[in-house]
Design a protein around this ligand. Structure first.
Ligand SMILES: [Zn+2]
Length: 480
């Protein structure tokens, strides 16, 4: 009888584990490049040839893994300008898959403008890459290790979630382009060990460019994201992970119009300073804590639902196409879904006859994910989404290139979770994702302004928004 009871108990433990015990693990790995004489580290963002002179604070790949006992998904966020789906995201997944073939990995970047160039665009001159291949390789391995460690440390967990929206969070998002549409929601998820009560992971998502110091900074730093994560780790323990959201259109600290005092000391902070970086991180930490306190537990061991779809987008941006032809943007170009570097090219009259691939509509392969866990619904967006595409608020301007274009689906209108979370630069960085009706590549400029509209120069093209929002709408529908 005793033996049968033991067998039954063992069976129920195993079955319980497989049936629906929520488990969470977390880990982080440093990805700070070495700064040494004779080997430049090109900082990403702003202009060409901005080399690092030192390290202010380390940069990280921060990961947490979530499992319902059947399916496991890991989210890893690197303090980098961006990682391409191909080769970087698929390479990181391949390293993870050698040890953990059944784990789905979402790889995102914070869009840090104070980290090394990982996209090739910010080298010494425009046609020389800023990527150091040894660093890229090491960074991928470190990022994969963070994921593997997070999954290996999965343990039964209690989860609490919350969100907060207020005017101050909106004011802390400077907006550099009309219309002034922001995405002030801050979302937080915290997992604690069921047995010990210790914090395993705190995940925060908000939206703003990590470029507080501007283009004259030459020190490596994780910007406000680093301050936020360090403060949450001090307060709660465990690993903190920060993901950016809809940061296009253009949300960032350089356009903040209000004074930003340090919330601890009350001391005002100058623009473009490390004091400002610290103040921003501490404000976000304060709001994350508030959101958690007001939040709610996730109960009933919900199922983890995942939808994954690969799509192709056209690469219409002429500058990017030149850079792709010259392998500065070093990712595969496709023709109707097949890799193609030789055919469908035309000679450019400049640049010594670099061959330019002709856009066929399916040039770059990327991926969209929808993840659902109880009241939490997360979508990944492969670039910098204009917040109108997340929340609505499209405006038709005189001067726009397609003022009468139909509006793309508004992503959050198709999300059904109580917490609607966007992970920007999720699994790819295709640049700005701009509503067609607001696309403005040629004069007259938006609202007949006299200065050129900024954004299109760093977008793959006008079709990306339609493909991303349309695909997400389909994935969100198929989930119900
Ligand atoms: Zn950007």
């Amino acid at each position: 009888m005793k033996r049968i009871c033991l067998a039954l108990a063992l069976f129920s433990v195993l079955a319980g584990g497989a049936r629906g015990q929520c488990m969470v693990g977390a880990a982080k790995r440093e990805i700070t490049p070495e700064v040494m004489e004779g080997r430049a580290v090109y900082l990403a963002g702003f202009g060409q040839n901005r080399t690092a002179t030192g390290v202010h604070d380390p940069i990280w790949s921060r990961a947490f893994a979530l499992s319902d006992g059947k399916r496991t998904v890991a989210i890893v966020v690197a303090d980098l300008i961006g990682l391409f789906y191909e080769p970087d995201v698929l390479a990181i997944r391949a390293i993870v898959a050698r040890e953990l073939p059944d784990v789905h990995v979402i790889v995102a970047s914070t869009h840090n403008h104070n980290g090394p160039d990982t996209m090739g665009l910010w080298g010494p001159v425009p046609l020389i890459t800023g990527i150091n291949p040894q660093y890229q390789d090491w960074m991928r391995k470190q990022t994969a290790k963070a994921v593997v460690e997070a999954v290996r440390s999965l343990r039964p967990a209690k989860i609490r979630v919350g969100s907060i929206v207020n005017q101050h969070l909106a004011d802390l998002q400077g907006d550099g382009r009309i219309p002034i549409v922001k995405d002030p929601q801050l979302f937080v998820l915290q997992a604690t060990d069921t047995e010990s009560g210790k914090t395993i992971a705190t995940f925060v998502q908000w939206s703003s460019h990590p470029e507080t110091l501007g283009g004259s900074n030459r020190l490596l730093t994780a910007d406000y994201c680093g301050v936020l994560c360090a403060d949450l780790e001090r307060r709660y323990g465990g690993v903190a992970v920060y993901a950016n959201g809809a940061i296009g259109g253009l949300l960032g600290p350089l356009d903040i119009r209000i004074p930003v005092p340090n919330p601890r000391t009350g001391k005002q902070t100058p623009r473009r300073s490390f004091e400002r970086v610290e103040a921003l991180g501490l404000w976000l930490s304060k709001y994350a804590t508030e959101a958690l306190e007001r939040g709610e537990p996730v109960t009933g061991n919900p199922r983890l639902e995942l939808r994954v779809r690969q799509v192709y987008v056209p690469l219409q941006n002429e500058r990017f196409r030149v850079l792709a032809a010259a392998s500065i943007i070093d990712r595969p170009l496709y023709t109707d879904g097949r890799i193609d570097r030789r055919t469908q090219r035309r000679k450019l009259p400049f640049l010594g006859g670099v061959e330019l691939p002709i856009a066929r509509g399916r040039d770059l392969r990327t991926e969209l994910n929808v993840l659902r866990f109880g009241p939490v619904e997360i979508v990944t967006v492969p670039g910098e989404l204009y917040p109108e595409l997340a929340n609505g608020g499209y405006v038709r301007y005189p001067g726009a290139d397609y003022p009468d274009a139909p509006f793309e689906p508004v992503i959050r209108e198709h999300m059904t979770g109580k917490y609607k979370v966007l992970i920007g630069l999720g699994n790819d960085e295709l640049g700005y994702i701009i509503p067609r009706c607001e696309w403005d590549n040629s004069p007259p400029w938006l609202n007949n302004q006299d200065h050129e509209t900024y954004g299109e120069v760093n977008s793959c093209g006008v079709e990306v928004a339609r493909i991303v929002t349309g695909t997400l709408r389909e994935l969100l529908r198929s989930e119900r």
